[in-house]
Design a protein around this ligand. Structure first.
Ligand code: ADP
Ligand code: MG
Length: 402
């Protein structure tokens, strides 16, 4: 893949696709407030480097799912303001995706200026399944630029106009964020340091079966927590009460257990779980053996013995990948397992990679300290697809361009 260093950008118009898809809430005065600016901060280095090098930087990005129509509450205007604060440079917001307003704004730019275009998904062609429609939007985006820099890691698994099609029109390179993310995942996929421990959790085992299948030949140990653990417990013949269970996946999980045993990979499931009848912590809470979950109870977190067991594996690992919280961490009463496992991973000197939107959110919500991990991915779906071993179209197109 080409990088920004491969282009002489001074005085040139550079279109940057960033991932600025941040969570917003309504402020007291009807304004929109950014509740987590992690993705904006992750987008700053590339934009800053281009601006400092004298490029005219035109940023395009999406926010939410406006379904091809302008929706004021999904405008990127508040994001432009935050981006300007973080850059320490003015950012002009252009209230259009393409067209004469964009052309006029770009024509008025000086070297080193930064503009942010309106939510690209206000134009339905961005996510169209019709390649010709996407290509038409891409051509309009490309009309105001000399180079394209792909830096929205959270969207590189999407075949979309501002991600793939535009990279087929303009000379294209990977931005710093995309490069960093790809390098971090390559390190855990290609010749990782051993022992290699993968910690999986989250709600649905069906979301993670592809990841397990791809990682099984590469890892030493899989630690399974979260809601997905109950399908593993059921596959081992245990009752799981009212816990999350994907009955139609039990056979597949049985197959994985057999495959893992044949490969000498340890799949470690919880030995104790925290149960209750309510997810919000309002009902009585107990810790029980994972093999003795009472009828009517839901397993909502891993128990202390499981934390201890998982921590021994984590403590001796040289590579750790973590995807998916260990429990319903959004409720403080069920956040203990996730916090303890995250702390153990953070304390490890291993190469540690966190993938998955909710896992990254848990690190921030629980205040673990992002700098204590080697890499926290900004892309939930994209990181899962990389771990599944898929070819991501937004990366493929950059390789093709090189
Ligand atoms: P990620 O985004 O990191 O890949 P997922 O989206 O797979 O993670 O799962 C995150 C969700 O899983 C969280 O909302 C959390 O509340 C939920 N979860 C974790 N453990 C359980 C459990 N035991 N029962 C129900 N939901 C759970
Ligand atoms: Mg998620």
């Amino acid at each position: 893949m080409k990088t920004v260093d491969d282009f002489a950008v001074a005085g040139q118009r550079v279109l940057v696709r960033s991932d600025l898809n941040v969570p917003l809430s309504d402020g007291p005065d009807g304004s929109r407030l950014i509740t987590d600016d992690g993705r904006i901060r992750a987008s700053v280095p590339t934009i800053e480097r281009l601006a400092a090098a004298g490029a005219k930087v035109i940023v395009t990005a999406h926010l939410g799912r406006p379904k091809g129509e302008p929706r004021p509450e999904l405008s990127l205007a508040p994001v432009a303001a935050r981006l300007a604060e973080l850059l320490g440079r003015p950012v002009e917001f252009v209230p259009a995706v393409t067209g004469p307003k964009v052309a006029a704004a770009v024509a008025a730019m000086n070297d080193g200026d930064v503009v942010l275009l309106e939510n690209v998904r206000f134009d339905g062609r961005e996510t169209s399944k019709d390649q010709a429609e996407r290509a038409a939007l891409a051509a309009e985006l490309a009309a105001n630029a000399d180079f394209f820099v792909s830096d929205g890691f959270g969207v590189v698994h999407r075949e979309q106009a501002s991600v793939t099609d535009v990279a087929r029109i303009l000379p294209a390179a990977a931005g710093d964020l995309v490069r960093t993310e790809v390098e971090a995942f390559n390190k855990v996929l290609v010749d990782p340091a051993r022992p290699y421990v993968v910690v999986l959790g989250g709600s649905k085992v069906s979301d993670k079966l592809g990841v397990i299948g791809n990682l099984l030949p590469r890892v030493d140990t899989l630690l399974i927590g979260g809601g997905m653990a109950f399908t593993f417990l059921a596959a081992q013949g245990h009752e799981v009460g009212d816990s999350l269970l994907e009955r139609d996946r039990i056979d597949e999980v049985k197959g994985l257990l057999v495959d893992a045993a044949a490969r000498g990979v340890d799949i470690v499931v919880p030995v104790d779980v925290v149960v209750s009848t309510e997810l919000d912590g309002s009902a009585p809470i107990a810790t029980v053996a994972a093999t003795a979950i009472p009828a009517g109870q839901k397993g909502l977190d891993i128990g202390p013995k499981t934390v201890e067991l998982f921590a021994t594996y984590i403590g001796s690992a040289a590579t750790i990948v973590w995807n998916g919280p260990m429990g319903v961490f959004e409720t403080p009463a069920f956040a203990t397992g996730t916090r303890a496992v995250a702390e153990a991973i953070a304390a490890s000197p291993a190469h540690t990679v966190v993938g998955g939107g909710d896992s990254a959110a848990a690190v921030r919500l629980l205040g673990i300290g992002e700098e204590r991990f080697s890499h926290i991915s900004t892309g939930g779906g994209a990181s899962l697809e990389l771990l599944e071993g898929k070819v991501l179209p937004g990366l493929q197109v950059l390789e093709d361009a090189s």
